[in-house]
Design a protein around this ligand. Structure first.
Ligand code: DGL
Length: 269
């Protein structure tokens, strides 16, 4: 690991603006930290791309954040985490935290969990990264994974309370519910927005693991242990960079972040 400055900002990247759910969670648990966010909106979605392409994009995203002098990189995108963590961790010598490991830890924190469902993009589910990580630690676990590609567009359309979304979510979850799923891992940046609907559909009978929240808690633990918490006086800053700018991205960003942000800057990678 290289020497890092605790007062440097945290870097966070995602394929688009969905990763702002992770920024939201980071701002809640680490209100003193400055954050630089990169959303690769010019190349979103990552969820349907090949593993090689996702890895290449993730390396470029990380290089951009490093050029901004960040002290650690949070891979907010589940698809990028699932495919690119080993390559990022071997290429770069600063702390790199993905959403998967904290999600797995939080899932297994309840020793009673027996039947775990995982939902995510096609890329995340096909990588089997969540399935392997869970099975390595708990070989006795029943694991059901389902790619749920229709959910990202529905959430981006703000169709969260729409009957069509309810029907589609029920259809996706049915096979897992029929098998007695007791825990559901929300393995995608966008899914925290569906939590109210999921709670209703699942009648509070299935534990939900929100990878954004548990990732933020993990980052807090790591920064504390490595004495990397910001100590500088003054208000922390949030800087947003997108590889493509549009009105739609700004509207979406506000919904995901649930807060105002300043000027968004466009960058080329
Ligand atoms: N950010 C992606 C994820 O969490 C979802 C959107 C995409 O496919 O790029 O997997």
């Amino acid at each position: 690991m290289i020497e890092v400055n605790p007062n440097a900002p945290l870097g966070v990247f995602d394929s688009g603006v969905g990763g702002l759910t992770v920024v939201r969670a980071l701002m809640d648990v680490l209100p003193g930290e400055s954050i630089i966010y990169l959303g690769d909106t010019a190349r979103v979605p990552y969820g349907s791309k090949s593993p090689e392409t996702i890895r290449k994009f993730a390396v470029e995203d990380t290089q951009f954040l490093l050029s901004k002098g960040v002290k650690a990189v949070v891979v907010a995108c589940n698809t990028a985490t699932a495919h690119a963590m080993p390559v990022l961790q071997s290429m770069f010598r600063l702390p790199i935290i993905g959403v998967l490991e904290p999600g797995v830890e939080a899932t297994l924190a309840d020793p009673h969990c027996q039947r775990v469902g995982i939902i995510g993009t096609a890329g995340t589910i096909k990588s089997c990264a969540y399935q392997h990580a869970l099975a390595m630690k708990r070989p006795d676990l029943q694991i059901y994974a389902e790619a749920t590609p229709l959910l990202v567009p529905l959430i981006e359309e703000d169709w969260i309370d729409h009957p069509a979304t309810k029907m589609i979510v029920k259809e996706y979850l049915k096979p897992m519910l029929d098998r007695g799923m007791d825990t559901l891992v929300l393995g995608c940046t966008h899914y925290p927005l569906l939590k109210p609907l999921l709670v209703k559909i699942l009648n509070n009978k299935v534990r939900l693991v929100d990878s954004a929240v548990v990732c933020a808690e993990h980052v807090k633990r790591l920064l504390t242990e490595q004495e990397l918490l910001r100590t500088a006086k003054g208000k922390p800053k949030l800087e947003l960079y997108l590889t493509d700018l549009s009105e739609q991205f700004e509207t979406l960003a506000k919904r995901f972040l649930r807060a105002d942000f300043g000027r968004v800057q466009r960058v080329s990678l």
